[in-house]
Structure formats: C-alpha cells, structure tokens
Design a protein around this ligand. Sequence first.
Ligand code: FES
Length: 125
Amino acid sequence: MEEILNQYETVHPNDATIWFKAGNVEDFPTNRGGCIKYKNKQIAIFNFTRRNEWYACQNACPHKMEMVLARGMTGSADDIPKIACPMHKKTFSLVDGSNLNAEDYKIAIYPVKIIEKEVFIGFTD
Ligand code: FES
C-alpha cells in the first residue's frame, strides 16, 4: 500500500516539466471523472463544467487504496470543488487534495491545461 501511495505527489502548475496529452476534451464526461494512465500512475480527470474548471488527482483512494476516485461524485463544499470516493464517501478537495472530513488522508493533485480542445496533465517526471 505504501508503495502505491508513494507513486503520487502533488504537482504545482509552475513545477510541471512534462505536459502529458491525456486526450481531447470530448473524451471526458462532464461533471464526472475519466481515468488515464501515465507511467505507473492512474490519474482521475474531471471536466467540472458546472464550474467551468478541470481537475486531476490520483485515482487511488488513500483510504483503502482502491482505484476508484474517477468514479466518485463531484460537488462543492463551501465553494471548494471536491470528489467523494464511491466506496465509503470520504471527500477530498480537488484544489489541494486535503480530506474534507478532517481525517488524515490526502490525495495528490495535478495541474490541467486545455489547449485547443486537448487536455494536458502536468507531471515532474
Ligand atoms: S476506499 Fe475510498 S473512502 Fe474507502
């Protein structure tokens, strides 16, 4: 489990050195998640049309390390965009990855860029 968690680390937009093309805008459902693989990482990508924003995070839920966050429900809590894990409903901020249930779980967040209807996710390696 530790090994899987260590694969994921939040990337701040200014730190991204690689912008990986994840697909085209129409490849991703609206207000729900899609999943891509980058190296050994599964990345959940959300086209949050209700907010006109895109987010990306690790697909692994840190609670039980299930690869499920892409299938979670998007929403907002106090205007913070969030994802709720479909398994046990733990919720995470899509801005900083913090757990919104005040528990000691955190997810890695990745920057998203849309350029001419193509979706790019930022990584550092
Ligand atoms: S596996 Fe995600 S909340 Fe339990």
